[in-house]
Design a protein around this ligand. Sequence first.
Ligand code: NAD
Length: 501
Amino acid sequence: MPTAVAPKTFKNYIDGEWVEPRGTRTIEDRNPANRDEIVGIFPASDKTDIANAVEAAKQAFGKWRLTPAPKRAEILFRAAELLVERKEDYARDMTREMGKVLAETRGDVQEAIDMTYLMAGEGRRQFGHIAPSELPDKFAMAVRAPAGVAGMITPWNFPMAIPSWKIMPALICGNTIVLKPAEDTPLSTYNLVQVLEESGLPGGVLNVVFGDGPDAGAPILDSPDVTLVSFTGSTEVGRIVSKACAPTFKKCHLEMGGKNIIIVMDDANLDLAIDSAVWGGFGTTGQRCTAASRVAVHKKVYREFVERFVEKVKKLRVGDGLDPKTDMGPCINEQQLNTVMKYVEIGKNEGAKLATGGHRLDAGALAKGWFHEPTVFTDCNAKMRICQEEIFGPVVAVIPFDSFDEAIEIANGVQYGLSASIYTRNVNNAFRAQRDLETGIVYVNAPTIGAETHLPFGGTKNTGNGHREAGLAALDFYSEWKTVYFDYSDRLQRAQIDNVE
Ligand code: NAD
């Protein structure tokens, strides 16, 4: 709802203080369901602000790395408790700035809660290795050591969950942080930082600088004092990040785009597969890296699937995510809406059949937002651009196939490798699929979305560069293995030489 009160102006968080940016430029955080509503005004920071944040993080690292991990964990436990208390308020803030429906923004905050508890628990674990030495009177072990200052750049579609996926493991491992959240959704990251500050996180350990990519993101990558970088966003920007990290050999973690698929075999539970395709394709308005933007259906059940799937999609109610009757919210901004409309034209020109949707929605109350109809193309060829390129909106392409092998070929025939799903009751095909699908995440009889925080998350090919978010895998990114040998023999012992007779 528009408010007569002037929107709140926010500041950066550097060295434990909320500080004005150096410049005067600002970014308006607007509600994509009603662009007249300004949710907040945030700084458009520049390289000087980033330099200050990096310096604060560098100074704080000396003390934070020596703070025992179980003590760091106590702060995280308190933060998780506060997030639980404020879940509803933070979910509402998120719907206002991001547009997705309340059930989903509650899920986003819950993901941050889960990740914070998970990593708090790791404060008393972070186990290393102890191994026997090949030499007598010698002790060998490997322990985790903090890496240093972690730079983080995050996208708008999971504005609290994704920052938490990076912040919590980095903190528990003893790193300090400079984070630049997405310009479209700064409030949810602000809320997360607020909670960590109130939970007793020492100044300088986490620094947040708001702004756009080139001005506030790029200087993080260029800073010689940033040791590692974790980026989630488009493959296009990921490539820029990767290149920028190379000259200073920063450890660089990239989570990028996807073109995920649901495969529906002829023996699938069709009711379940249809419900899942609706949720996987149109949840978060299709703006999930794991969105099921392709559905491949066996020709034996194709006609029935298409008919019933399209019927269900037509019934989706589009509107403001704060309205409990809404199933699907708006696109995040005008640019994203234009991308969706561009791909609808591409699909039509490629000869795909537009089965439903295909238009912007701008009648009545929807005129003030970036709404688009849930759109389904059927009879698609897997090589069409709408089946190859990430659209990141409410557009699903349905592709018919003849055999299991063909379905796997279609699934793997894209540049991305994030998430894939198969609906079948045939256990042999289910096992073959989980082995042969070239994605970081595979679901059997569940949609492509629905990752849980205690398991590794990430993708192959142009989706990722080999690292994983979440689970214990996150600890491997945010720590360095340090191998330590203790020789208590009091003599020179040469490995590989003195023990060979
Ligand atoms: P984006 O790449 O446009 O922006 C991501 C972040 O990078 C933003 O904070 C932006 O300000 C920053 N940025 C942009 N240009 C930059 C530059 N030159 N230097 C440094 N930083 C820069 O992506 P988006 O539109 O925010 O998010 C959508 C994309 O994110 C989709 O491709 C989606 O698949 C992907 N995504 C991936 C995952 C995953 O885990 N694989 C999760 C969520 C989103």
